[in-house]
Design a protein. Structure first.
Length: 381
């Protein structure tokens, strides 16, 4: 190995070639870096240290055939870790990057990728990921490619690579991001069918389960909580308050997807909880502050049967299947339609970002044919 120092513009650069005996693959690997200095003495000192670091890696068996790209990934990871520790990068972004870059690393390592060609990402990587998971969504692939894009942009900003080293990224057809919420008439039909099924119950046990599901639906539609957040909710986590002669709930979410937050519900959620307490007491169930409110992990089977019974299992406009998440999506959609609160408030209340609320909800509601008065006309219970 030899270090060549040359001047490009006013800046000194260093360049070296790693021989194939260390490279683990055919040919040679070129490494180059900018000193970012026009002072020859400063540049030489910096570039010589860089060269010695590479020699050290070779002597200790750390230099592999894939090091040009993996080296950049590691550098970005170190940078991101420092930024996270200094609280300049959010935990969500930090963890998401670590998760999304892993398939890229597997691909590079398994295929001994040293340099990107025109088909490396557009064809080879996509084939690799589809082989791993045939049902992988385009949205996931886009996030993985974006993770690599961030690495390469960071390397470009630091002049470790040039624009000619930047790979050709694949483009993805945008998937349908419309949410499966309920329109007012559909929601009324759902509640009406639910009440009829409660009345037609063949046993007290079945009636209890159906009533609990009924109150869960109303609570979820009025609170906008994620199903997992509702599952872990205890009576100690909720408090009632009054405003304009109406009762509402203030909920402390402690273990939400995006951390802890305070949620303000619609009055319908308050009335659903009152009715649920009455149901528990009528069935001899003792309540205390640590009692989980709905006392079940999932309503998936009973909810599916209810949705099928009222022919609302599939959203006819999106052709997507409705599930327990649809009630949170209904809450968000209705809040946007009512236009009484801005998107920032809705995003904060739901533990989401303004970008997600805007792109996945607000932009998709422009052509909906229902209005705020239709929503407010829905009876609480």
């Amino acid at each position: 190995m030899k270090l060549k120092i040359y001047k490009r513009g006013n800046i000194y650069w260093g360049r070296t070639y790693v021989n194939k005996e260390y490279d683990k693959s055919s040919g040679k690997t070129e490494l180059r870096i900018s000193s970012k200095s026009s002072d020859e003495k400063v540049a030489k000192k910096y570039l010589e240290n860089w060269f010695l670091d590479i020699c050290y890696e070779i002597r200790h068996g750390k230099f592999l055939g894939t090091i040009p790209i993996l080296h950049l990934i590691n550098k970005y990871d170190n940078y991101l870790t420092r930024e996270f520790e200094l609280k300049r990068v959010k935990e969500n972004y930090f963890k998401n990057h670590q998760s999304k870059i892993r398939p890229i690393i597997r691909f590079i390592t398994k295929n001994k990728i040293k340099n990107f060609t025109n088909k490396t990402l557009k064809i080879d990587y996509l084939d690799f990921r589809k082989t791993e998971n045939s049902e992988l969504r385009n949205d996931s692939l886009r996030l993985e490619i974006n993770a690599l894009r961030n690495v390469m942009n960071y390397a470009l900003d630091n002049e470790w690579v040039t624009k000619s080293d930047i790979p050709q990224y694949p483009s993805f057809k945008r998937q349908d991001n419309r949410r499966t919420f309920f329109r007012p008439d559909e929601y009324k039909k759902l509640l009406r069918t639910s009440k009829n099924r409660i009345e037609q119950s063949q046993s007290n046990e079945t009636k209890f389960f159906r009533q609990r599901l009924h109150y869960w639906i109303i609570f979820s539609t009025g609170s906008g909580l994620r199903p997992s957040e509702t599952e872990n909710l205890c009576f100690a986590d909720i408090a009632e308050f009054s405003k304009n002669n109406e009762k509402f709930l203030r909920i402390s979410v402690k273990d939400g997807k995006t951390g802890s937050r305070e949620v303000v519900t619609e009055s319908s959620s308050y009335h659903a909880i009152i009715k649920l307490k009455e149901l528990y007491l009528a069935n001899g169930i003792k309540l205390d502050k640590n009692t989980k409110i709905f006392q079940t992990k999932t309503f998936s089977k009973s909810l599916r049967n209810l949705l099928i019974a009222c022919d609302l299992r599939t959203d006819q406009r999106t052709n997507k299947t409705r599930d327990s998440k649809s009630f949170r999506q209904t809450y968000i959609s209705w809040e946007i339609i009512k236009n009484k609160r801005n998107l920032h408030w809705i995003a904060k209340n739901c533990g989401n970002s303004i970008e997600v609320i805007n792109s996945n909800y607000a932009n998709n509601l422009q052509h909906e044919d229902f209005f705020e008065e239709k929503i407010t006309a829905i009876p609480i219970l």
